[in-house]
Design a protein around this ligand. Structure first.
Ligand code: BJW
Length: 236
C-alpha cells in the first residue's frame, strides 16, 4: 500500500516480553503461575483481596527492574515523525510505552501505576503498594483496588477505539495472542472498514486469518523494521 494516513496500533504482552515482563499465555507465563479466576476477576478480588492486591503489588514493584526495548522505542519514534493520525492502544498495564518515549498511549486494560477507588470511583496515579489498605487520595476511604480491567469488566475508552478503527487505513497488531475480547475483534472491525491489517508476532495469533499479512519474529526486530518502512515511505 502507499503511505497510510491513519494508523491504529494494538499492542499486547509480547511487546514487553523482551524487556523481561512475563506474558500471560506462554509456557511459564502468568496464567500458569496463577489461576485467572483468582487474580483477574472481580469475583476473585471479592473472595481474596489480599491475594489480588499482593499479585498486583509485586507486578507494580517489578516495573522498577525492567526497561523499554527497541520495539517500544520505535513506536515512540513513529509517534514523533508520522504526519497522519496515530492511535496507540495497548492491552498492557506496564508503563514501558511511556518510558520508551510515547506521549499518547491508550491503556484499554488500565495501568499498574494507577489506583481505582471502589468508594468514590476516582482513578489516581499510584506508585506504592496497596496491601496495607492506604486511603484514596481523593476521598480518603481505604478502598483502593488496582486500576486494571478484569474479565467481565468493560475496557477503557471503547468508543474512541472503535471510532479510530472505523476510520483508519492501517491496523497493526503487535505481540498479542488474540485470545481476549474485545481487543481480539479489532482486526475484524478495521478490516470491515477497509483498513489493511498487519500482524507482527512471534507466532500466529488466534485471529491470524483475518490479517492481510503476518510477519513472524521478535517484536524488538520486527517493529523497528516496520516503523522504518512507514517513515521511509513518507519521505519518498
Ligand atoms: C511475542 C514475543 C516477542 C511473545 N515478540 N511477540 C466470547 C466472545 C467475546 C467476548 C467474550 C467471549 N467470552 C468471554 C468474553 C469476554 C472476555 C474474554 O475475552 N474472554 C476470553 C477468555 C474469551 N472479555 C472480557 O471480559 C473483557 N470485557 C468485556 O468483554 O466487556 C464487555 C464488552 C462488550 C462489548 C464491547 C466491549 C466490552 C475484559 C477483558 C479483560 C482482560 N484482562 C487481562 C488482565 C488485565 C490486568 C493484568 O494485566 O493483570 O488483560 S487478561 C490478560 O489478557 C491481560 C491482557 O491484556 C490480555 C491479552 O493478553 P495478550 O496481551 O494477548 O498476552 P498473551 O500472553 O495472551 O499473548 C502474548 C503474545 O505475544 C503471544 O501471541 C506470543 O506469541 C507473543 N510474543 N513474545 C513478539 N518477543
Amino acid at each position: 500500500m502507499g503511505q497510510p494516513r491513519s494508523i491504529v496500533i494494538l499492542t499486547g504482552a509480547g511487546i514487553s516480553a523482551e524487556s523481561g515482563i512475563d506474558t500471560f499465555r506462554s509456557a511459564g507465563g502468568l496464567w500458569e503461575q496463577h489461576r485467572v479466576e483468582d487474580v483477574a476477576t472481580p469475583e476473585g478480588f471479592a473472595r481474596n483481596p489480599n491475594l489480588v492486591l499482593n499479585f498486583y503489588d509485586m507486578r507494580r514493584a517489578a516495573l522498577a527492574n525492567v526497561a523499554p526495548n527497541p520495539a517500544h522505542e520505535a513506536l515512540a519514534r513513529l509517534e514523533r515523525a508520522f504526519a497522519g493520525e496515530l492511535l496507540l492502544v495497548t492491552q498492557n498495564v506496564d508503563d514501558l510505552h511511556e518510558r520508551g518515549g510515547s506521549a499518547r498511549v491508550l491503556h484499554m486494560h488500565g495501568e499498574l501505576k494507577s489506583a481505582l477507588c471502589t468508594a468514590c470511583e476516582m482513578r489516581s496515579p499510584w506508585h506504592g503498594s496497596m496491601i496495607d489498605r492506604p486511603p484514596c487520595p481523593v476521598c480518603r476511604a481505604p478502598m483502593l483496588r488496582p486500576d486494571v480491567v478484569w474479565f467481565g469488566e468493560m475496557p477503557y475508552e471503547m468508543g474512541r477505539i472503535y471510532r479510530a478503527l472505523e476510520s483508519c487505513d492501517l491496523f497493526v497488531s503487535i505481540g498479542t495472542s488474540g485470545a481476549v475480547y474485545p481487543a481480539a475483534g479489532f482486526v475484524q472491525e478495521a478490516r470491515a472498514a477497509g483498513a489493511r491489517c498487519l500482524e507482527l508476532n512471534l507466532e500466529r495469533s488466534e485471529g491470524s486469518r483475518f490479517f492481510h499479512e503476518t510477519r513472524l519474529g521478535p517484536a524488538s526486530v520486527l517493529v523497528p523494521e516496520w516503523v522504518e518502512e512507514v517513515l521511509s515511505r513518507a519521505a519518498e
